[in-house]
Design a protein around this ligand. Structure first.
Ligand code: FMN
Length: 286
């Protein structure tokens, strides 16, 4: 029996859902499929697999660092068929292309590219009162993902496939944002400015538990301390039930940038959104 491994990163669960649907499509075609979320501690051994899938959400118009690091860690893929899928709340731009390019450089054979919307719990937009792509992936998108899995199996078996269109790069304004949120800035600047209000924090440990990079440790009193290995997913601030954490997304000069993005995306007829409030770790519709 042919074997496929799907390795994805999912913090909010939408990429995991799509991975599951693609796996269903592959199983329909007789594949045995293993699924692995990159945030688990140990990465799987890919030897012995006939097909590799890489799934990623878009973070700041690029793949999150955890995905880039995983791709970097792969050794020569020696012609292994590989597919890519990307989840995005607003604009994905060329995130998928950058993943597919690394896979090609590692010697993979591109057998497919899928993308769809995923509920966008990005705190920068939530703080502006907007949740983009709520209820995505929809049942229709999940069904397309399942069909994609079947198509990929067909291509590996030799059915003709013309490479999916390349995504376009971001316009300048988003490219500058992407640049300002690159790894150097994350490690050297933003990571140093996670603030904790000890009056509010009750050392519940939720932020440590939810950090996908195990980047938060506890001090001698049980309070969180941030390291430099941050993805800027902002889950720690977002989920804190006491509103005790402040990350750089709350800096005043970031607000106009978020306002600009939100005003553009909320007027885009291709994007769904709902208005929300966020308090004490919970996002609620208004
Ligand atoms: C920190 C962060 C940054 C994000 N940046 C983008 C972005 O630049 N473009 C976009 O379309 N979606 C963006 N999103 C939305 C996610 O890509 C999308 O919601 C995805 O479905 C999340 O996947 P998950 O539920 O598997 O974690 C961002 C989400 C987070 C949390």
């Amino acid at each position: 029996m042919a074997r496929s491994l799907i390795v994805y990163f999912s913090q909010g669960g939408t990429t995991a859902k799509v991975a599951g649907s693609i796996a269903t499509g592959l199983r329909r075609e007789g594949y045995q499929v293993d699924l692995h979320n990159m945030k688990e501690e140990r990465q799987p051994d890919i030897s012995g697999y006939d097909l590799l899938g890489i799934g990623s959400p878009v973070y700041f118009f690029r793949p999150p660092f955890i995905v880039t690091d995983y791709l970097k860690s792969l050794t020569d893929l020696g012609g292994l068929p590989a597919f890519t899928f990307v989840l995005h709340g607003t604009y994905r731009f060329d995130t998928g292309r950058s993943i597919r390019r690394v896979l090609a450089r590692k010697g993979a054979q591109d057998v497919g590219y899928f993308h769809c919307h995923g509920a966008d719990f990005f705190l920068g937009y939530i703080k502006q009162g907007y949740l983009f792509s709520p209820d995505h992936p929809t049942p229709a998108e999940l069904s397309l993902a399942e069909d994609f899995g079947s198509q990929v199996a067909g291509r590996v078996a030799g059915k003709p496939y013309s490479l999916a269109e390349e995504d376009r790069p971001p316009p300048l304004v988003y490219r500058l944002q992407r640049l300002s949120l690159n790894r150097w800035f994350a490690e050297q600047i933003y990571s140093r400015f996670f603030r904790l209000d000890k009056e509010k924090c009750d050392a519940c440990g939720l932020c440590m538990k939810m950090c996908p990079r195990a980047n938060i440790s506890e001090d001698k009193d049980g309070y969180p301390v941030w390291g430099r290995n941050c993805l800027l997913c902002l889950t720690c601030e977002m989920k804190c039930p006491k509103d005790a954490i402040t990350t750089p997304i709350s800096w005043p000069f970031i607000r106009p940038i978020m306002k600009y993005n939100v005003s553009h995306a909320s007027r885009d007829p291709a994007l769904d959104h709902v208005r929300v409030t966020h308090r004490k770790g919970r996002t609620r519709p208004i």
